[in-house]
Design a protein around this ligand. Structure first.
Ligand code: ZN
Ligand code: ZN
Length: 144
């Protein structure tokens, strides 16, 4: 297998010709990076999938359904999200109280800012839901 070849079995894609250093670095072509199942060269019948979190091919059994991040990558991602979330959410939740006639309050003087705050707050709720999902996946992974 040459250094410029995709590591998928039988793939003849020239990674240098694709002109994307990332593919060359990961030794995988665009098509196989996105494939749900990949036969890795030299690994027989075993099936692999490119993990976006780890940036490498991992056994299909590492993944949950059609996800492209293996559960092993979740603790780090969940921890990073958890580290960011509480402070941000507290900040967003605390904001509405400032609308009560506080002089110089951005929300009171600037309707656009209030809209932005609302958008931000719903974004935070979505992120919290995502975090919850990640934690649930993690629980499932732990039980396996
Ligand atoms: Zn390929
Ligand atoms: Zn992974």
């Amino acid at each position: 297998m040459s250094a410029r070849c995709c590591q998928a079995e039988g793939c003849t894609e020239d990674l240098v010709a694709l002109g994307k250093p990332y593919f060359l670095k990961k030794k995988i072509c665009d098509q196989h990076m996105r494939a749900e199942e990949v036969h890795k060269a030299g690994c027989g019948d075993s099936l692999w999938r490119f993990c976006q979190q780890c940036g490498r091919l991992e056994p299909l059994s590492n993944f949950d359904g059609t996800k492209r991040n293996c559960p092993a990558a979740l603790p780090a991602a969940a921890a990073a999200a958890a580290a960011v979330l509480p402070a941000t959410v507290t900040y967003a939740m605390g904001q509405p109280r400032l609308t009560s006639n506080t002089p110089g309050c951005a929300s009171a003087c600037n309707p656009a800012a209030a809209d932005r705050l609302q958008a931000l707050t719903s974004q935070m709720a979505q992120m919290q839901a995502m975090l919850l999902q990640m934690q649930q996946s993690l629980e499932i992974a732990r039980r396996l």
